[in-house]
Every structure is written in C-alpha cells, then in structure tokens.
Design a protein around this ligand. Structure first.
Ligand code: SF4
Ligand code: SF4
Length: 437
C-alpha cells in the first residue's frame, strides 16, 4: 500500500485504516518511508529499523504496490523543499504521554505525574492524533504517561493504533488490575518498558511501598505469555549499590534487557528530596565498569548512555533508532507529545527544574488541531528542533575529541547541559570522561 500525498487529506482514515489487527494474516509486515536519500524500513515483527539504499527504493515501492501488508510512505512527494538536515523525514518514534495521571508518586518522576492536567485530550482527540501520526509515517507509538493504563480509554487508543498499523510499545509502572493485565496481554503491543528502580525496598523507597511486588507480578505474567519486556531502571545512588542483585532478579524473572537510565534534573527528579540519590560522575563510572562482569555473569543485555567499557552496541541495542550513534534521538528521530498535545523534543523538558515557563523553549507547537500535513511540516521545519539537529549546537566539544563518542556513547545530553550551564553544547554533568579529556 502506497501512502502518496497527505497534503490534501482531511480525513486521514483513508490512509490509516490499513489492517485488521485481530487477523495475523493482515497485519503489516513492514513500513518503509522515503528519506532525503534512500529510505528507512521498519520491521513490524522485530521492531528493528534499517537503512535502504536509494537504488533499492523502486523495488520496495513495487513490493508495496503489490502487497497491502507492506506500507510505503512516499514522503518526498509531500514537499517541494528538500528535507531538513539532521533528522529523519518523520519521527521514527513518538512518545505519546496519554495522561499526566499516575497510580504511583515516584520520587524520580521526570514529568511530575500525579493527577490529570486540565486540558488532556479526549478520546476522539487522541484517536485523531494517532491516525495523523500513522498518516505521516511514524513507525513506533510509545504509549506513556503518567501511567498510560490509568487512562480509562487506553484500550480504545491501543486498538486505534493497531488498526493504523503502528508498532505499539508501552512505558508502564506495571501496577495493573487483573482485568487490565488480561486485556493488555491480548493486544498487539510489541514491547513493554517496565519501570523498576532496583530490588525490593530500594525500589519501594523511590516508587512507593509494595510497588516492587506488584510490578514483579505483572512482569511475570507478561513473560509467561512470551511478551517482550525491557526493564527501565533510573540510576539512583541506592540502585547503583545493588546492581548485581538487581541483575540477578531480572534474569531469574526471564528479563533479557535492562536499560539503566541516567537521572536528568526534571520534574521531581530535580527536587531537593532526591538530591542525595543523584549519582556523581564517579558513580557513573562505577556503573559503566559494572556492566561488563554483570553481562558475563548473567548474560543480561544492559543499555546505558556511557556504556564505554563493554562490547559496544551503537546507541541502545533494543531501540529502533538509527542516528543514536552520534546523538540522542530527541528532535532527530523521536519526539514527545504531552497529554494536552504539545510537541516537544525530549521528555525531560516540561515543568523541569521547577520552572514550567522555560519548557516553551522546547515546544514546537500544539498539534491537536493540526492537519496531518501541518504536523509533518512542524516536525520538518520547527526552529525548536535546530539545536538538537546540529551536532555542534548539541554536543560538548570534548565529545568530538573523545574516543568513546560514537563507540559506546552518543555524547553529552543537551538538556542537562542547558539546565546546568544554560547552553546545549555544554559539558555533560554526569560524564567523568570528558572532564579528563
Ligand atoms: S566526553 Fe562525551 S562522548 Fe565521551 S564519554 Fe563523555 S559524554 Fe560520552
Ligand atoms: S536530550 Fe538528554 S535526556 Fe533527552 S533524550 Fe537526549 S540525552 Fe536523553
């Protein structure tokens, strides 16, 4: 199926009602999208993405013309201008924060989640947005929050995304009712990113009493049903002391992937109450050093921004991103959409550092009332993204001289540098290597 021209499409149903998700013989096999040069192919079964050479594109198009399960986004027809540089032609992944509500109140929450925001999208608005994202060739829809499963219509949104042929993933705390567990395990969700911040009480001290046991119960169900699970752990100083124990728990539970996430000073993670838990650069080095023996001992695949001592994966191994070798995906391959419809590059920006007004620096627009085409043009042309797309503006100069840049580390975090030094290409406060360069 060819998605030819979205410029004049007012009802995106024409180009997004592409599959019956309950019939495995109908669901998309791959999604191909034209880039400035060649294309990107998203494998709907594995969730992996790969480059297509320019010379192979005509054959891909012919395949899509003959096979409705191959979706081909003829994006070069959508504009008379060359594509913007430093980004994919459309986001490969959108993190859709479907609600700010949460059934936990974690000390590490970057978005200060708790109760619903005043202007969260209603069901129709959220479904329309999902259809527009599918129409512009977004490959992966990451449902997140807050906690996405507390949104009353979450199953309807998942079903809508599945009908559009999107690859669906979900970031969740795993605190689910039995009915929700049953409903979610029946749905075509490609990967669950389950948050746990360490073993037992280490987790509960951050995420609330009893949460470890409840999340582990959900995870066991998912793994028993052969669902793809990655554990996301925010690296506090307490968690760092228990890395080995936590890795053993993960492996014994059947988890194959662990992502150790660096805390950024946003939302409650920026609060005074958490300051003693924020790792120092030397703690980060300890974490990087510990990955090698843990992997050897347990066979667990660990993703970590400064994974510079082990066998290197470019960027993060389980992520369908392409350019992460030299940069984080923010504004280059991925973006966030808030519950009210704000499009911004990275989740660590809104309401961060206790100063909500500064988030506007990062917002490209409110996409709720945009047509699919305007949404796509916003991704392509918004001045907001420029700082993420030009490496000299987003990377510390010591990264360019660092032997680990592009070989285990994708370089400094522009948001964190901006918060600390008021410049995106300032040095990464968590990096111990750059300071010694
Ligand atoms: S200097 Fe830059 S590239 Fe090198 S380890 Fe630090 S953040 Fe990564
Ligand atoms: S801007 Fe920083 S926190 Fe956001 S994705 Fe990039 S590295 Fe991660």
């Amino acid at each position: 199926m060819i998605i030819n021209d979205i410029r004049n499409v007012t009802d995106v149903t024409d180009v997004t009602d592409v599959t019956d998700p309950t019939d495995p013989t109908e669901t998309p096999l791959k999604r191909i999208r034209e880039e400035a040069e060649g294309g990107l192919c998203f494998d709907a079964k594995t969730g992996r993405i790969s480059h297509i050479e320019e010379k192979e594109m005509p054959a891909c198009k012919t395949e899509a013309e003959n096979n409705p399960r191959v979706l081909y986004y003829a994006a070069r027809r959508w504009s008379n201008h060359p594509f913007s540089e430093g980004c994919s032609s459309a986001p490969n992944r959108i993190y859709f924060e479907v609600t700010n509500q949460c059934n936990l109140y974690c000390k590490t929450c970057y978005r200060n989640a708790g109760s619903a925001l005043p202007k969260e999208m209603d069901t129709e608005g959220a479904k329309n947005l999902i259809k527009k994202l599918a129409a512009i060739g977004v490959h992966e829809l990451r449902l997140t929050g807050g906690e996405p499963t507390v949104r009353a219509d979450i199953l309807e949104l998942i079903d809508c995304a599945a009908h559009c042929g999107l690859y669906i993933t979900m970031g969740t705390n795993g605190i689910w009712s039995k009915a929700m567990t049953n409903a979610l395990t029946e749905r075509p969700i490609g990967r669950f990113l389950v948050s746990l911040d360490g073993p037992g009480l280490v987790n509960d001290n951050i995420r609330g009493a009893g949460s470890f046991a409840m999340t582990m119960r959900t995870m066991k169900t998912l793994i028993d049903k052969n669902r793809n699970v990655r554990v996301n752990m925010l690296l506090t100083r307490s968690a760092l002391k228990h890395l080995d124990e936590f890795a053993e728990i993960c492996v014994n539970s059947g988890v194959l992937h662990l992502s150790m996430i660096v805390p950024r000073p946003a939302g409650r993670a920026a609060s005074e109450a958490l300051s003693s838990e924020i790792p120092t650069p030397s703690d980060m080095e300890d974490a990087a050093l510990s990955i090698v023996p843990i992997k050897k001992r347990y066979g667990l695949s660990i993703e970590f921004q400064y994974n510079i001592y082990g066998d290197h994966v470019s960027g993060q191994g389980s992520d369908p991103v392409v350019q992460k070798i030299l940069s984080c995906p923010a504004g280059r391959e991925a973006a966030f959409i808030s519950p009210e419809g704000l499009l911004y590059a990275c989740g660590c920006t809104p309401d961060w550092a206790g100063n909500p007004s500064r988030k506007n620096t990062f917002v490209a627009g409110n996409v709720t009332d945009m047509s699919a085409y305007d949404l796509w043009r916003t991704w392509q042309t918004s001045a907001t993204w420029g700082v993420f797309r030009a490496l000299h503006k987003s990377k510390d100069k010591s990264c360019f001289a660092c032997r680990y840049y592009g070989a285990g580390c994708f370089g400094s975090c522009p948001i964190h540098a901006y918060i600390e030094e008021n410049k995106f290409n300032g040095s990464d406060p968590m990096c111990w290597v750059g300071k010694n360069n």
